[in-house]
Design a protein around this ligand. Structure first.
Ligand code: PGA
Length: 254
């Protein structure tokens, strides 16, 4: 059985007080309303991680992740945060290669492969993001782009290591735009990604990898997406900034 994970990526939103309020609401609602088995992840800005960790300690339905980490273990890298630091503050997951990092901070696949290594070395589970732009989809290059992102970012890993990675498929044209990929479009790509893993490693390993969908996931479209055979959860942006909508998305996963 693959692990089902719904992650709420706050991006650069919420001051400390707002963030703590949001986490408390989510935690209470989940205790009252959710009996399912999915894991819900809070992915706040770095500076709130320690406080969130304390707030969710009594709720086994909630876990904690970071939005990024350094590709280095430690040293003179001003402004960076290492995977080891994240681990020591209670994180168990870290998002690597979000399309905003790729686009605005020039993070390429080779760089991201190093971040994957840094995360795994500190026993964090990387959530490796991939996805095509609108221009790439219109030129029908999406399979090629995804193949390159997955192979260059992940295929240096051993069979044992890849089993500790979560993949998030996020078509760039669906992020923050209100345009969700149709369930058929998302399922097609998820099955393609699982096929790449099966080819490189084995079918058994591919069947165990959690592949999340991301891009304008909302309570209204979550249940249909989650019913698809290869969609194992969601990476949620905008709708994770409100307790009601985030919890309703989690509840869409039985
Ligand atoms: P969105 O963001 O849900 O606001 O589209 C998703 C993401 O960037 O992870």
């Amino acid at each position: 059985m693959r692990k089902k994970i719904i992650a709420g990526n706050w991006k650069m939103n919420k001051n400390l007080e707002e963030g703590m309020g949001l986490v408390s609401e989510i935690s209470n609602m989940l205790k009252d309303e959710y009996q399912g088995s999915a894991l819900a992840l809070i992915i706040p800005p770095f500076i709130h991680i320690n406080a969130v960790s304390k707030l969710i300690a009594d709720n086994s339905k909630l876990g904690l992740g970071a939005q990024n980490c350094s590709n280095h273990q430690s040293g003179a890298f001003t402004g960076e945060v290492s995977a080891e630091m994240l681990k020591s503050c209670g994180c168990t997951y870290v998002v690597i290669g979000h399309s905003e990092r790729r686009e605005y901070f020039n993070e390429n696949n080779a760089w991201l492969a190093q971040k994957i290594n840094a995360a795994l070395a500190s026993h964090l589970t990387p959530i490796y993001c991939c996805g095509e732009t609108l221009a790439e989809r219109e030129k029908e290059e999406h399979f090629t782009v995804l193949q390159k992102q997955i192979s260059e970012g992940l295929f240096h890993l051993s069979a044992a290591q890849i089993q500790h990675v979560v993949i998030a498929y996020e078509p760039v044209w669906a992020i923050g735009t209100g345009k969700t990929a149709s369930t058929a479009q998302a399922q097609e790509i998820h099955a393609f990604i699982r096929g790449l893993i099966a080819q490189k490693y084995s079918d058994a390993i591919a069947q165990e990898i959690t592949i999340q969908y991301g891009g304008s996931v909302k309570p209204e479209n979550a249940a249909e997406l989650f019913a698809a055979a290869d969609i194992d959860g969601a990476l949620v942006g905008g709708a994770a900034l409100q307790s009601r909508s985030f919890v309703d998305i989690i509840k869409a996963m039985a």
